[in-house]
Design a protein around this ligand. Sequence first.
Ligand code: NAP
Length: 345
Amino acid sequence: MAAQTASVVGASGFTGGELCRLLAGHPELSLTQATSRQYSRKTVGHVHPNLRGMELRFSPPDELESVDVLFAATPHGVSMDRIDRFRDVADTVVDLSADFRLNTEEQYEQFYDGHSRPELLSESVYGLPELTREALPGASLIASGGCNATATILGLKPLVDAGILGNDERIVVDVKVGSSEGGAGGGESSSHPERSGVVRPYAPTGHRHEAEIEQFVGPVSFTVHAVEMVRGASATCHVFPDEPVTTGDLWGAFREAYDDEPFVRLVSGGGGVYRYPEPKAVAGTNIAEVGFEIDPSNGRIVVFSAIDNMMKGSAGQAIHATNIALGFEERAGLQFQGLHPVGAP
Ligand SMILES: NC(=O)c1ccc[n+]([C@@H]2O[C@H](COP(=O)([O-])OP(=O)(O)OC[C@H]3O[C@@H](n4cnc5c(N)ncnc54)[C@H](OP(=O)(O)O)[C@@H]3O)[C@@H](O)[C@H]2O)c1
């Protein structure tokens, strides 16, 4: 039995299922409660067939037990309403929704429908370990970074840190996402006949993740397409620097940022079929792939970043942040590679 206990609220959903999978193999955390309103008292494997055999049944979310860490994998708005109860039963709360990701109440008014507990925003730590590692040890409220935001920020932040990007360059970001981003109850637009074969601009402007991205890399022009994948987010960032940049400058910036990072792989123009970041190559893992090219005709930098939205974009990243917060080995429970060959993830 692992030393510390964990629960997942919203465990019947997609990211909740991933948390259950990861916690089942975690050396330091033991999953003791998984909640669902719809499937209360049914086994976890009843909803998540990959977890058949797990000896745990869903319980209703109003019967929370005391644990060391509570993961909330619930829709936007639930955590901010229930945060006091979550913190009553757990020393550490890790929220996968957007409820505690932004810095100010004004941002929630602009991008969401306001916030019911704005006084907690300064207390929560954004969970994107490559950028916020220093703030995570001992954090008691962690807001795991959003999927499209994570892919985009990981692609652009090395350019900011290296001084290649200031505050006034034009940045255009195009993200392609899989259907699991919409959650298990994705609705009509995610039903198989409607989703099959699409390349659908679903958030041409004003996507909520712009706010998260701007907190780390400044303003971006951001568009998201729904494409035919189940898992995956692939960000293509077009950057128009003020000063000319060489390929060597870019390798320097990205190596400096990621050489010591356990969950970031630089993939840029090598040989073989998969020469740039590819969601299929990271499906099921907590790995982000990042790569880049320079367009010699106009100096444009194009940066690619690929993640599994339910892993590096949510559940995996939440576990990584928790490992750091609680002083575990950073990679605990996350040290596995993906599959190859594999069908559409
Ligand atoms: N999907 C992704 O790729 C992704 C990536 C990053 C972040 N996120 C964020 O993570 C959160 C979960 O996303 P998801 O895709 O896993 O959603 P989902 O598949 O729709 O799952 C949501 C879960 O929350 C439960 N739930 C709903 N309302 C609740 C309430 N009022 N009280 C308690 N439980 C409630 C649902 O189960 P019952 O109805 O049975 O209780 C279900 O288990 C969202 O905030 C989402 O924005 C998702």
